[in-house]
Design a protein around this ligand. Structure first.
Ligand SMILES: [Zn+2]
Length: 70
């Protein structure tokens, strides 16, 4: 295993940790990032990166505010 693999593994662990704090936990139905729909999602998440997860979370919060907040 070379350094690139190790960095990739650490990155995936970081993404999983930051995403698992959020509920409900999302997974991708087709293995692709559900936000950008372009990159393959990290195992056990619905996103390719923490950025996509954050953007999706932001979008969900705003959507909720539009419904409940007047
Ligand atoms: Zn993405």
């Amino acid at each position: 295993m070379d350094e690139v693999d190790l960095a990739q593994e650490r990155e995936e662990a970081h993404i999983s940790a930051s995403l698992s704090a959020r509920k409900p936990r999302l997974t991708s139905p087709d293995g692709k990032c559900i936000w950008c729909k372009d990159e393959p999602a990290v195992t056990d998440t619905a996103f390719c990166s923490a950025e996509c997860g954050e953007d999706h979370g932001k979008y969900e919060r705003e959507k909720k505010q539009r419904i409940t907040g007047e």
